[in-house]
Design a protein around this ligand. Structure first.
Ligand SMILES: Nc1nc2c(c(=O)[nH]1)N[C@H]1C(S)=C(S)[C@@H](COP(=O)(O)O)O[C@H]1N2
Ligand SMILES: [Mo]
Length: 411
């Protein structure tokens, strides 16, 4: 990969040098002595530099970083509190937004078209949406027996503000054939093995989801360039579905005449068994036994106070958080202080836009001094509520939407 930034004699090309200089933050004095295929140390990217010190690091190869729930208290998640999930390596090749392109290709486009980032900004109308991105495996650590995959607690979720153009406007410009059924994305992140013939992840969604107003090709996150860890300089953003469909470092979208067959679309990846299985049961990983996860289930969090809070019995305790329900909206949020025996209705706001999370708040009084647990439970617009216990076990450890709970001591 690095050969692209050197000419045949091994000298850094001028454009590559300019990018490196920007990234390193100062003039690289002996630039002409940098050996070919050598990445300057100053370019080593540490995604934790733009994260809160309280973030929980699950691993750095690949980078997987989770948000403790109390850090998710903001209405719109700031970058420093956003979880990171990578399947491969964060690109190390200098990224030049001036030359970055998006290619739309595949069996079901009339012609292959390539746009520069500047074309996208100039030729299409920009939109900004708050979108919930939740890892399909969020909550995985709750399953017994444990499954393979990152043992996420409940903090692999964010709702940030994304700006970009609608994928449907681009696809309109390209022209689709009648047989288009699915899209698949391709990003620039190297496979963990660094084998250039292997793809870390390449997932997608059916056309109906791809053509929704809120499906964006985004270049900005919370009003600024997308940070490298979250997909700089261009990303597909699809709210409400497993965040694995929101491809980072996006350079190509294929419009397919069949279900996209990229990396992490196969086996039990981001799929649920079509019939309930016994916890730990091994079932053949054939397409007949599994369905691809689409809209995420209803969920809610108590983001304030932090679990372990000491509260004053004489004053009502103000609590708040967020709730979301994939493609649906949340119609009610309730809390319980008696292990689910009784529930009290919370105040619930409408989402800022479709596929954004909704804020809830309530006040609780505790009858006597002592230890309590506060549980929160959301119900979606179809009347489906969160389970209070861990839901159906599955081989990939997906979709654990059991109620979030915090411990409180009243005195
Ligand atoms: N190119 C690329 N896109 C990707 C991934 C990846 O590894 N590579 N991970 C996906 C998964 S599984 C999740 S949960 C989200 C995480 O997005 P975030 O790191 O910005 O929070 O990105 C998705 N998009
Ligand atoms: Mo994910």
């Amino acid at each position: 990969m690095h050969h692209q930034i050197h000419d045949r004699r091994g000298f850094l090309r001028k454009s590559a040098l300019a990018t490196l200089t920007t990234l390193v933050g100062s003039h690289i004095v002996f630039a002409d002595r940098i050996p070919p295929f050598y990445t300057p140390l100053g370019f080593d990217y540490d995604p934790l530099k733009e994260k809160s010190p309280d973030m929980k690091v699950l691993g750095d190869k690949p980078w997987n970083v989770e948000s403790p729930i109390h850090l998710l208290d903001d209405a719109v998640t700031p970058v420093e509190k956003m979880f990171i999930r990578n399947n491969g390596l964060i690109p190390t090749e200098p990224i030049n937004p001036e030359t970055w392109t998006l290619t739309i290709k595949g069996e079901s486009v009339k012609t292959t078209k390539t746009y520069t980032l500047n074309d996208l900004k100039k030729r299409f109308k920009p939109y900004t949406y708050q979108l919930v991105l939740e890892c399909g495996g969020n909550g995985r650590s709750g399953f017994e027996p444990q499954t393979t995959g990152n043992p996420w607690g409940q903090g692999a979720v964010s709702c940030a503000e994304w700006t970009g153009v609608r994928l449907k406007d681009i696809l309109d410009d390209v022209g689709l054939k009648d047989d288009a059924v699915y899209i698949g994305y391709y990003g620039k992140d190297p496979h963990l093995s660094q084998d250039p013939t292997k793809v870390a992840i390449s997932r997608g969604v059916p056309m109906k989801k791809a053509l929704e107003n809120e499906t964006l090709i985004a270049w900005a996150l919370n009003g600024k360039d997308i940070p490298l860890a979250h997909g700089y300089p261009l990303r597909l953003v699809i709210g409400g579905w497993p965040a694995s469909v929101s491809g980072k470092w996006l350079h190509t979208i294929a419009v397919r005449d069949k279900i996209h067959d990229g990396a992490k679309m196969e086996g039990h990846s981001y799929r649920m068994p079509i019939r309930p299985v016994q916890p730990g049961e091994k079932i053949p990983e054939t397409p007949e036994n599994f369905r691809i996860i689409e809209s995420m289930p209803v969920k809610s969090l108590i983001t304030y106070p932090k679990t372990g809070a000491m509260v004053d019995l004489k004053k009502p305790l103000a609590l708040r958080g967020h709730a979301w329900a994939g493609d649906r909206t949340v119609s009610a949020v309730e809390t319980s202080i008696d292990y689910g025996a009784t529930w009290q209705k919370s105040k619930l706001q409408a989402p800022r836009n479709r596929l954004a999370w909704q804020h809830w708040s309530t006040e609780l009084t505790f009858p006597q001094p002592g230890y309590y647990e506060v549980w929160v439970r959301a119900t979606d617009s179809s009347g489906v509520a969160q389970p209070v216990v861990i839901p159906q076990w599955n081989p990939g450890g997906y979709l654990n939407n059991a109620c979030h709970r915090i411990a409180v001591k009243a005195s």
